[in-house]
Design a protein around this ligand. Structure first.
Ligand SMILES: N[C@@H](CCC(=O)N[C@@H](CS)C(=O)NCC(=O)O)C(=O)O
Ligand SMILES: *[C@@H]1O[C@H](CO)[C@@H](O)[C@H](O)[C@H]1NC(C)=O
Length: 245
């Protein structure tokens, strides 16, 4: 597939839903094609997809310009894209080891802290029809602790590292902007974090990536509680069936 000369000359990715790679691809100006994977139809467990991501989750990419090389895990995808297609070091410094390490530190903080904590919280706050206060509060408190770390680190700064937008910001932004979905209704107590979100909201490339391959739902949910309720109900049915509860 996609072996034509024209396409091979260009860098050409195949990318399966999940907004983080979309943001990186757009910010770096890499041409790509997307394929939407319908999680509710369990397309992530189809054998062809498991060959790309043995973990059966989105996102994943296939690099058609490198013999259809597959990459899974959003952080690995982000680093792969930068190492191969960011010669100007827009998002990931190459030659300054300290600066590079600082970016990687925040990228890992997202991968092991923000992402999993908000991910779990989404289950307890949204997808579990029985609301369990202990679980909800435990998650919300940990999210707020993490936001406190970001808020402090952004004091007097526009971005997390080197006073420019890097992978550190690109990776944390999608989750943090969805704080209300994860059970943290307001982030007014974190003014630096709030200003940072607004700053990234104004980046056209990031916004474009956020809407790939389907229009972003977070804003709609935040402005429209009925839409969120509708979505929650669908997810309750889906997860009850999936977990056989
Ligand atoms: N650590 C993974 C997390 C990926 C992940 O959890 N993806 C979810 C959607 S956000 C998924 O594909 N879930 C489908 C399933 O588990 O069946 C990454 O960063 O790529
Ligand atoms: C966030 O940082 C600002 C100052 O930079 C501070 O006033 C505020 O209290 C911080 N928020 C929290 C919750 O620590």
């Amino acid at each position: 597939m996609y072996k034509s000369r024209v396409i091979k000359k260009k860098k050409f990715f195949f990318f399966f839903f999940g907004v983080k790679p979309g943001i990186i691809l757009e910010e770096l100006g890499i041409p790509y094609k997307v394929k939407n994977i319908e999680l509710r139809k369990n397309q992530q467990y189809e054998p062809w997809f498991l060959k790309i991501n043995p973990n059966g989750k989105i996102p994943a990419i296939v690099d058609h310009s490198k013999d259809d090389f597959p990459v899974f895990e959003s952080t690995a995808i982000a680093i792969y894209l930068c190492e191969n297609y960011d010669p100007e070091e827009k998002l990931l410094p190459k030659n300054d080891p300290k600066l590079r390490s600082q970016v990687i530190q925040w990228v890992m903080f997202e991968a092991s802290g923000i992402g999993p904590t908000q991910g779990q919280s989404n289950f307890y706050c949204r997808f579990n029809p029985e609301k369990v206060p202990f679980a909800i509060n435990k998650c919300a408190n940990e999210i707020k602790r993490i936001y406190g770390v970001l808020n402090k680190s952004l004091e007097g700064k526009e971005y997390l590292v080197g006073n420019k937008f890097t992978l550190a910001d690109a990776m944390s932004y999608p989750m943090v902007r969805g704080h209300f979905f994860s059970g943290v209704e307001s982030i007014d107590e974190f003014p630096n974090l709030k200003a940072w979100i607004e700053r990234i909201d104004a980046r056209p490339a990031t916004q474009k990536g956020l809407n790939v391959p389907v229009p972003d739902k977070m804003k709609e949910f935040q402005e429209n509680p009925e839409k969120l309720e509708e979505f929650e109900k669908l997810m309750h049915i889906y997860f009850k069936d999936r977990f056989k509860i």
